[in-house]
Ligand binder design. Structure first.
Ligand code: ASP
Ligand code: MG
Length: 404
């Protein structure tokens, strides 16, 4: 097989850990696979470089920042290659430029435009382990660029797509994707296989195993992604096409998002264009509106409730004040969004009602509901958020009977 392995900051966080990564990479090579390794900077390194720049300037030049920040990944790639060579493995470290990663010219948050795979393929053909500095590329103008924070996942997926790797393994300090946050429910189970779309829902709800952009890219390029830990030999979670998953559970997992706030506008004029006015103003200010409820109007007025990320609340307040749409506006950040996700929902009925009954049995009031093909989200009082997660986790049979 041709395998891309990406090691994140904690996995290469010290010299001992880089040595440990070298062992893993060597083992994969010895098993007969072609291996490309993409590395992050050692943990804390990128932040340190940013702090250095801020010592001299509040607003450092983005071009110089890219030159600076790309150094962190270069360091790890060279060190890993040196460690592999020392073990007797033929390895070569490449910068983004040397690996043929071409990006647009947006410094500090560039997008990958294309990958010229000539160099990578040549080294692979020569039997080398190719170690590539993640997070960076080169613009048409031959300037160094970086892909935005956390961008080395994206490098790995893009490279895996370009060289048509069989597998792209993303190594972090967690074992994979869980049916829910194990800190909330200790009976959470590691998921063996999950579809891209489910993973995107989990990631957007704050389950931070993988960056959303890299899952989207993996879906687009049809890259089989595995997230696993570099600290043990557990199998990890495969993120793949829905068709590759034979036994589809109805619900794959439960997620909690406490960083939500609700805004209720009461007694607004019930007339055409009012919602358009409110939500286009919010959109112009880059406020992400999630769930929306409008009740049936009475006496020519209506109420509209909607949710936004909690950290956008102040911005929303000033937008709404300026708009002067309602005299009676309520802001509530003591809410949480609980969501169940599963592609199996598409072919089953009664999935939502099971959630509603389970919460009702424990007297948890559902304040808002929204559904999509593979997700049901419910707003509950924040203090019941974690309890709601545990109730739903059990209701859909996700509990591990033998928790560690
Ligand atoms: N070193 C970069 C960062 O910390 C990129 C990465 O680790 O993915 O954001
Ligand atoms: Mg990362």
């Amino acid at each position: 097989m041709l395998i891309v392995q990406k090691y994140g900051g904690t996995s290469v966080g010290s010299l001992e850990r880089i040595e440990n990564v070298a062992k893993r990479v060597a083992k994969t090579k010895k098993e007969g696979h072609g291996v490309v390794v993409v590395v992050s900077a050692m943990s804390g390194e990128t932040n340190k470089l940013i702090d250095f720049a801020h010592h001299f300037s509040k607003n450092p030049s983005p071009r110089e920042m890219d030159l600076l920040l790309s150094a962190g990944e270069r360091v790890t790639s060279a060190l890993l290659s040196i460690a592999l060579l020392e073990r007797g493995y033929d390895a070569i470290a490449l910068t983004g430029r040397q690996a043929g990663i071409y990006t647009n010219s947006v410094h500090t948050s560039a997008r990958i435009d294309k990958i010229d795979t000539k160099a990578i393929n040549k080294h692979l053909q020569d039997g080398k382990i190719v170690v590539i500095a993640g997070f960076q590329g080169i613009t048409k103008e031959s300037e160094v660029s970086t892909l935005g924070r956390g961008g080395s996942d994206l490098s790995a997926v893009a490279i895996a797509g370009a060289i048509k790797a069989d597998l792209c393994e993303i190594y972090t300090d967690v074992d994979g994707v869980y049916t829910t946050d194990p800190r909330i429910e200790r009976r959470a189970k590691k998921i063996d296989k999950i579809s891209y779309d489910e993973m995107l829902e989990f990631a957007s709800m704050g389950a931070k195993v993988l960056q959303n952009r890299s899952v989207e890219l993996a879906k687009k390029l049809n890259v089989n992604l595995v997230t696993r830990s570099s600290f043990n030999d557990n199998e990890g979670t495969l993120i793949t096409k829905e068709d590759n998953i034979m036994e589809q559970p109805i619900v794959s997992g439960v997620a909690l998002d406490k960083n939500q706030a609700r805004i209720t506008l009461r007694n607004i004029k019930d007339e055409p264009g009012i919602a358009a006015k409110i939500f286009s103003k919010l959109a112009q200010s880059n406020i992400n509106v999630d769930m929306i409820i409008q009740n049936v109007g009475q006496d020519g007025t209506a109420n509209i409730g909607f949710t936004i990320p909690e950290n956008e609340l102040e911005k929303a307040k000033s937008v709404l004040k300026e708009l002067d749409a309602s005299e009676d506006t309520e802001f509530d950040s003591n809410i949480a969004k609980v969501s169940i996700v599963g592609v199996g929902m598409k072919s089953h009925s009664g999935v939502a009602s099971r959630a509603f009954s389970a919460l009702a049995n424990d007297n948890i009031n559902i304040e808002m509901i929204s559904t999509s093909e593979i997700k049901i989200s419910m707003i509950v009082a924040e203090k019941y958020g974690e309890l709601a997660v545990r109730i739903l986790h059990e209701a859909y049979g996700l509990d591990d009977r033998h928790p560690a």
